[in-house]
Write a protein that binds this ligand. Structure first.
Ligand SMILES: C[S@@+](CC[C@H](N)C(=O)[O-])C[C@H]1O[C@@H](n2cnc3c(N)ncnc32)[C@H](O)[C@@H]1O
Length: 289
């Protein structure tokens, strides 16, 4: 019997292969992660809400994902992603605000947009009038959304992002000319959403990531959604709450998985509840509530 057959077709061969498989296949990815984590502790200051760039391939998939959920051409979405990547005014302001903040010792100065590039392109393509984002933190996502709203406004499509957070000192990255496109609502986000009375084009959950809390946010915003609203979650890596909500309101659901570039974190993602095959363009929509 050959060694290959012995290993493949006998119980003893299988036992002998356990340490070999561990060393050859199990350990190398762990070492890669360890190396990334070791580099990261010395080069990054973050201790939560990790920011990272996406790999090039993942960036291409993100553009394709946003094209599918909005019904717009991939080339158009790619153009919007390039637009924000090349927006030096936004980048400089975010750097300046970070350096001026007491959080500068626990935040990285370089703005890494990651999945927020997708949020930007979605807003640019669909021209929403009202966006609700729960969970502001430093305001990186809110600023990116506001930057998209500023460009939409220049093209004659005004909009606003209402962003909720329980921390009164959230949003230190926000400043003019972007701040006028944001309204921060301080308090528990479910309580804030229950009081919120505007028809909502885009809803984005990114606050408390407890599954029941995420679900309660969707239920609280449901009366404000209209037939073309898009609902997103930053928590779909961990829960199926948006999938369930999509089924409840008769929408489809798709998930995009981030692939961070040179980072130990395996990445978050974007869950979206949407109507497939529809080109979403909010200025064409009448809002009933
Ligand atoms: C993941 S961070 C938000 C990240 C942000 N969207 C971004 O793009 O960087 C989560 C935020 O949710 C806030 N949060 C946690 N529980 C909350 C609650 N019950 N109501 C409102 N905000 C809450 C936290 O204070 C934190 O700032």
């Amino acid at each position: 019997m050959s060694i290959r057959s012995f290993v493949r077709y006998t119980a003893v061969g299988r036992l002998l292969m356990i340490p070999v498989r561990f060393v050859l296949f199990g350990l190398p990815p762990m070492f890669r992660q360890l190396k990334l984590a070791l580099g990261w502790v010395f080069t990054s200051k973050e201790y939560y809400n990790w920011t990272y760039n996406l790999t090039e391939l993942n960036g291409q998939y993100l553009a394709s994902y946003i094209a599918v959920v909005t019904g717009h051409e991939v080339s158009v979405i790619e153009g919007y992603i390039r637009e924000v990547e090349n927006d030096q005014a936004l980048r400089s302001l975010l750097i300046e605000r970070t350096l001026a903040s007491p959080d500068r010792h626990s935040c990285d100065v370089e703005p890494r947009y990651g999945k927020r590039l997708g949020w930007y392109a979605l807003v640019r393509a669909t021209k929403p009038r009202v966006i609700v984002e729960t969970g502001v933190d430093r305001g990186l996502g809110t600023a990116v959304i506001a930057a998209a709203l500023l460009q939409n406004d220049k093209e004659g499509f005004p909009g606003i992002v209402y962003a909720t957070d329980i921390a009164a000192d959230c949003g230190h990255l926000l400043a003019e000319p972007y701040k006028k496109y944001c309204q921060i609502i301080i308090g528990d986000s479910i309580a804030s959403l229950k009081k919120f009375n505007q028809p909502t084009d885009i809803f984005l959950h990114d606050s408390c990531h407890e599954p029941d809390y995420e679900w309660s946010e969707f239920i609280a915003i449901e009366p404000r959604l209209h037939s073309a609203s898009i609902v997103m979650s930053d928590n779909s890596l961990l829960t199926d709450k948006l999938l369930q909500f999509a089924q409840r309101i008769g929408y489809s659901f798709l998930y995009f998985q981030d692939q961070p570039k040179n980072h130990w974190w395996p990445g978050d993602g974007i869950g979206t509840a949407f109507k497939p095959g529809v080109k979403t363009y909010f200025p064409d929509q009448t809002r009933k509530n």
